[in-house]
Write a protein that binds this ligand. Sequence first.
Ligand code: IPM
Ligand code: MN
Length: 370
Amino acid sequence: MATHKLLLLPGDGIGVEVVGEVKKLLAWLEGKGLASFAIEEDLVGGAAYDDHGESISEAAMKKAAEADAIIFGSVGGPKWAGVPFDKRPEAGLLRLRKDLDLFANLRPAIVYPALADASTLKREVVEGLDILIVRELTGGTYFGEPKEIVTLESGEKRAVDTQVYTTREIKRIAEVAFELARVRRNLVHSSEKHNVMKSGLLWKEVVTELHKAKFSDVKLEHILADNCAMQLVRNPKQFDVIVTDNLFGDILSDAASMVTGSLGMLPSASLGAEINGKRHALYEPVHGSAPDIAGKGLANPIAEFGSFAMALRYSLGLGSLADALERAIARVLAEGVRTADIAAKGENAVGTAEMGKAVIGALDKELATA
Ligand code: IPM
Ligand code: MN
């Protein structure tokens, strides 16, 4: 059996608790002889800053580069509001994305049948929803230079962020989106703001050309990012795959997650290019560190479990185990197990550890019947 190299980076806040549940799952899988892991763990975010004054250490970066998959929790919190910008908790995550060239961020949003009523939208609007946001993750406003605050002669300050995209960056993310659409419902919405932004204009042009050259079998629609946000809450089921830039993708994926009922449900995979049969990959929930509930054992671990399922599928070659884990999540929800974020009024809510235990129990059943 292959031994898979994992790097666990729990980070801050509820990241520690939800990755803790994945750790239990890893031990369980090994105990059952279903998989073998070489597990390392390190600090990232505020936890790393508190330890050694940087949001991620060189040693952790090295482990990340060597891992088959990085299992990430979350970073940030009010505790680090005052730290210098380049050392803030988020910088550790951004460095991982940039240095490992994790340009393709896949953020699926699925509405589980049992949870259709947890959404703030009407059941008929969200029931059966299954969409995928493909977010460009290493370019755009997040990384464009200049990025600065300067003091003008007048004493006034001026802040600059730069939105920048090259043909190559747009092409490679659009390629991922078209390829994924082919094994889904064959529809891609490309979202930008070509009516205002040059980068949007180029984005639209490159996607159109690529579509014509290589993916004319896939249906392509262009949609302005503001309209896309509106359509996501008006009629989300019209979408299959949405491909968009780094900043719009950040915003649209938060909106998509609430359509599913809770930010605590959405997994994500950040993938690099395949080089010599290997690709760097980081798996993280879409949710943040949730400082308000951190350390209380209340967080929903499902997004972290879902992210680990994506790691099984995309990095470890364990697709059927990934399927079983996803079915286990659906089973637990169908059985009515709820953390507070997805519990209806008056419904009993369990904590992080109980939800974790329920998912592992359901996985056991899924594997027995598979
Ligand atoms: C996300 C997060 C990050 C982002 C933060 C933590 C830097 O919100 O993964 O969506 O903005 O990309
Ligand atoms: Mn975000």
